[in-house]
Design a binder for this molecule. Sequence first.
Ligand code: PEP
Ligand code: MN
Length: 329
Amino acid sequence: MIVSLKSGADAANVLSELTGRGLWVSRVERSTSGGAVHYVIAPFSQPADPEDLARIDGVAEVTTPKPAHPMVTAQGPVVEVSGLEVGTDKPIFMCGPCSLESEAQVRETAEVLSSLGVSFIRGGAFKPRTSPYAFQGHGDVALEWVRRAADATGMRVVTEALGEGHVPAVAAYADLVQIGSRNMQNFSLLKAIGKTEKPVLLKRGMAATIEEWLLAGEYLLAHGAKGVIFCERGIRGFDDSTRNLLDIGAVALLRYVHRLPVIVDPSHGLGRRDLVAPLGRAALSAGAAGLMIETHPDPRTALSDGPQAVPLGELGALLGRLVSAEEAR
Ligand code: PEP
Ligand code: MN
């Protein structure tokens, strides 16, 4: 919303009236012609009444510009994935290894997850690794493993398309196509995935603003994606005590201001399994639609991200603690 001032208005008074209503002027703009001042009001969960603002002494007019991401704005908080609604009051869990390592590992994982009521098995066939010498994923064959295991156990699959070349195979095998943090602004990948008309899990770029994240979602919807679920997985912080800085404020903002579904990934957010439970609870309290949690039958032997993987045998107790905390709210 933009509040434009009359020339000669008492700007301090207008500002204090806005502040008194709990509003936040995120930007001040000045017209090139005539020097008129415009206050840009940040979006809020309960939008201000433009008629009320127009009555403030010194205000010339209040306008609501078109959103930069109209399809994201119109999408709504619930996205359906293969018959399951993500974004309702029931938290959705997406669990599995960082990398799909063998058919036996994937099958064992799917059986345990299914018995715990987890909806999605996750795991990468194509891994975005910082080092070119690190394990890069087993590729197409791993997509077959995870699809077979999911079909045998009644689960859904979420897995990453790392490059445009992977899109047809990932779209054929996955229920939900994941876009990794490093690819959030890979616009040709966003377009290619959008064209598959699949629902998408869009991870936040590690240095992306919320507006950039929403605009990446707009790319997907504008090119045909059936729905976008946002995934907060931590942004770059200045402190290396945790792998990333999990932005819980962004979760509340997406849920309550933009009214969008957000899954939170505390595994990549912190990089350590001991803090998955407290941050998972914090995320659900802040409005997350569910959690993505890395788990491994034997984290000591994991080919990637072992330190953050919750041992598969401990996952049931962890989920129990998260769900009972959620129910107690
Ligand atoms: C992942 O979920 O497997 C992954 C690589 O995460 P991110 O893109 O958030 O780093
Ligand atoms: Mn990982």
